[in-house]
Design a protein around this ligand. Structure first.
Ligand code: DX5
Ligand code: ZN
Length: 225
């Protein structure tokens, strides 16, 4: 079966005073909207939390891809699933038992994602792929938007893609950090099929057009995966 790319604009690069409008600007063009939750503990930055997600959920039909950069995800992650998030991703570095939390999230009504930060090898987590819906490879160090894409992270993407193919698994392989028209093709070529883009979408004059451009660049490679 041919697959098509998921493009997930990150509202980290949007105007936080106009979040509903900013999500509206990519409605119809984007597949998911990526919501970066940071707790100023797991990462040295603070963004938004559950009350904002609950309010924003009512303002749009675009599925939410929640990226939890927080400690103690066991405590907080299920609330995002209950709030109607489509996918809830937590960090491997913050979780003792990723398979158990993935199971909890699915029971709470969302897809479950596992994120791997820049300095974490992916190898120990490959055996968990059958138990998650999304594997997120950071192509920067988690914490801030607008950083430069790290091409050396693509070895991890290749490892995961190989394992997904070998196991015939239905797992979305997502990349996050520095994804733009200049970098999306190499990420897709390495095997990613879901792409987070903050600055490249919300820094553009026409965010929906930026999403369509990213999709057009990634689509040929993703179709061939
Ligand atoms: C950073 C976040 C990213 C961020 C990406 O830790 O996880 O989702 O918004 O921003 P850009 O696309 O600007 O690198
Ligand atoms: Zn993110």
């Amino acid at each position: 079966m041919e697959s098509s790319p998921i493009i997930a604009p990150s509202i980290l690069a949007a105007d936080f005073a106009r979040l509903a409008d900013e999500v509206g600007a990519i409605e119809g063009a984007a597949d998911w909207v990526h919501v970066d939750v940071m707790d100023n503990h797991f990462v040295p930055n603070l963004t938004l939390g559950l009350p904002v997600v609950e309010s924003l959920r009512k303002a749009t039909t675009v599925p939410f891809d929640v990226h939890l950069m927080i400690t103690d995800p066991e405590r907080w992650a299920p609330g995002y699933a209950e709030a109607g998030a489509y996918n809830v991703t937590f960090h491997a570095e913050a979780c003792d038992d990723p398979v158990a939390l993935a199971k909890t999230l699915r029971a709470a009504g969302s897809k479950a994602g596992l994120a791997i930060d820049r300095d974490t090898p992916v190898e120990p987590y490959l055996e968990m792929l059958p138990f998650v819906d999304t594997l997120l490879i950071m192509t920067i160090k988690a914490g801030f938007g607008g950083q430069k894409f790290l091409p050396e992270m693509l070895d991890k993407v290749r490892d995961v893609r190989r394992r997904i193919a070998a196991g015939g698994l239905e797992v979305r392989l997502e990349v996050d950090g520095g994804i733009s028209a200049d970098t999306i093709e190499q990420a897709a070529e390495a095997g990613a099929d879901a792409f987070v883009a903050g600055t490249a979408v919300y820094g553009a004059d026409d965010p929906a057009a930026a999403v369509r451009r990213l999709r057009a660049l990634a689509a040929p490679m993703v179709a061939g995966q």
